[in-house]
Design a protein around this ligand. Structure first.
Ligand SMILES: Cc1cc2nc3c(=O)[nH]c(=O)nc-3n(C[C@H](O)[C@H](O)[C@H](O)COP(=O)(O)OP(=O)(O)OC[C@H]3O[C@@H](n4cnc5c(N)ncnc54)[C@H](O)[C@@H]3O)c2cc1C
Length: 469
């Protein structure tokens, strides 16, 4: 029997993987008995901010990671693919249907028992009864205290902030235009480290664009830099995550910072003027019904009345009704390299696994990916087999290697990136061709790694192509 604490993206995936390999799972999720500052439902695998799983091509590291997960029979990927909404080359999902689909699959799995309760201490773990802690960035305070004791030092925090969502009906369509950026492929750079909170790998797709003239932009910038901020409590001394800065922080850095960030107009032509606007706010469809749109890259910690006032200065959003406003939140994670093996086991207690955001990865897909490997290995351990790390040449293995081998004195949670995967010797010239070679090798090495795994073979047999083609 495996105990899994936390039914988010990592815990849900870990439970699925273990159960599919015949090991009973007891999955403990504290919602709805106790909620977090950002979850809103009692569903497993709830997406708390963006509805995007980012790029879906093999020339994109997170696309490769997703493809590897599909080939290992990932539940998160299966339901993600089933609930996708239009977002160009990115995989974005209908958040309601996604969480409902994952919850239904886990509830229907006979080997999984779901307990709705807060686990306040890290349970005893052994090889016969492994434990996976996957309590996420908003781990409850009691369990966080247990983690602190385990880590043996101060818990680490940093800020993150979430983007607002508006009701589609309340957008003035006469002022916005629908378009994707031109030439995105040539321009998109993959960040070695950093959440692309909202915008990550998703600059193409079906976006509504709110164009601004220089006058509108400067008025907006002035309002942003003078608006009132929400109170920050005990987190004031911790640094922001550079890949996910609040818009007002960017605005304070310089008058043009936003125009080179989430408001960049490059590649967009306003059909009314026939020209590139001075600045643009992009709105991305957030659910299948297309009645919710999120402001891409617009995470903010302004006070809520201030958010309404300032965001309604954006052309097209003058009458906007907000389904959700931006907010600030905590992110709790351990110093992974000093604690974890690439199998996601803790080095000190091999029966104890820590997975998901709290293990020091960054992002929905990376969290689910770590849960997948932790679930596989916890199942192996419970069956008396040796846990195995995925090959370093795969995206799964590269992420595991980073988490377990990065410099612990400067540890920062990471998204997957090609920079973490060893290059292919003698690969063809050109960035795309080199990435393609890395992806082909990764998928071959993954197949060899899971050669004897019937669940992985079945999933591979079901591959219909998608990103793999
Ligand atoms: C506000 C916010 C916005 C984010 N935005 C994005 C984004 O846009 N894109 C992106 O890729 N990533 C984003 N992330 C980062 C990260 O990808 C998500 O947090 C992701 O959900 C992490 O998955 P997880 O499984 O580790 O944690 P979660 O999905 O948070 O799951 C952890 C679960 O554990 C439960 N839990 C906590 N403590 C206990 C306990 N003691 N006992 C039982 N259950 C417990 C929680 O209720 C929760 O359901 C964001 C994170 C936050 C906090």
């Amino acid at each position: 029997m495996i105990r899994i604490v936390g039914g988010g993206l990592a815990g849900s995936e870990a439970a699925w993987q273990a159960a599919r390999r015949g090991v009973p799972v007891s999955l403990h999720e504290m919602r709805p008995v106790r909620s977090t500052a950002v979850h809103r439902t009692d569903r497993l695998a709830e997406l708390v901010c963006s509805n995007s799983f980012r790029g879906d091509s093999l020339e994109n590291a997170v696309g490769l990671l997703k493809e590897e997960m599909r080939r290992l029979g990932s539940l998160v990927m299966r339901v993600g693919d089933e609930t996708r909404v239009p977002a160009g080359g990115a995989l974005a999902v209908d958040r309601e249907r996604f969480a409902a689909g994952v919850t239904a699959a886990l509830e229907a799995e006979p080997l999984i028992a779901i307990h709705r309760e807060e686990v306040q201490r890290i349970p005893e773990a052994s090889a016969a009864s492994p434990v996976v802690v996957a309590t996420g960035p908003l781990t409850s305070p009691d369990l966080a205290a247990g983690l602190t004791a385990l880590v043996g030092r101060e818990q680490l925090y940093f800020f993150d902030a979430i983007s607002p969502i508006v009701l589609a009906d309340s957008i003035d369509r006469s002022r916005v235009f629908r378009a994707s950026r031109r030439g995105r492929r040539e321009r998109t750079k993959e960040l070695a480290v950093g959440r692309t909170c909202g915008a990550g790998g998703e600059e193409e797709g079906d976006y509504l664009n709110c164009p601004m003239t220089p006058e509108e932009y400067h008025r907006f910038h002035a309002a942003l830099t003078t608006a009132e901020l929400a109170e920050l409590h005990d987190f004031d001394r911790t640094p922001y995550f550079e890949g996910c800065l609040p818009i007002e922080v960017m605005a304070h850095r310089g008058v043009d910072t936003l125009r080179f960030g989430p408001m960049k107009p490059v590649g967009l032509t306003d059909p009314v003027t026939g020209r590139q606007p001075y600045a643009v706010v992009q709105l991305r469809q957030d659910n299948l019904a297309a009645d919710h749109f999120s402001l891409v890259g617009f995470q903010t910690q302004l006070k809520w009345p201030e958010q309404r006032r300032v965001l309604r200065m954006i052309p097209g959003l003058e009458q906007a009704e907000f389904v959700r406003l931006g907010m600030i939140h905590r992110n709790t994670y351990i110093n992974a390299p000093s604690l974890l093996a690439p199998t996601w086991q803790t080095r000190a207690r091999p029966g104890l696994f820590i997975a998901g955001q709290v293990s020091g990865v960054e992002g929905y897909v990376e969290s689910a990916a770590s849960g997948l490997v932790a679930g596989l290995n916890a199942a192996a351990l419970a069956r008396g087999e040796e846990p195995r790390a995925p090959p370093r040449t795969t995206a799964l293995g590269a992420l595991a290697h980073y988490v377990s081998h990065a410099d612990p004195s400067h540890y920062q949670p990471t998204n997957i990136a090609f920079g973490l995967i060893p290059v292919v010797a003698g690969a063809p010239r050109g960035r795309q061709a080199r990435r393609r070679a890395v992806a082909e090798r990764a998928l071959a090495d993954l197949a060899a790694w899971r050669g004897g795994d019937p669940e992985a073979s079945a999933a591979a047999a079901l591959q219909t192509g998608g990103a793999a083609q």
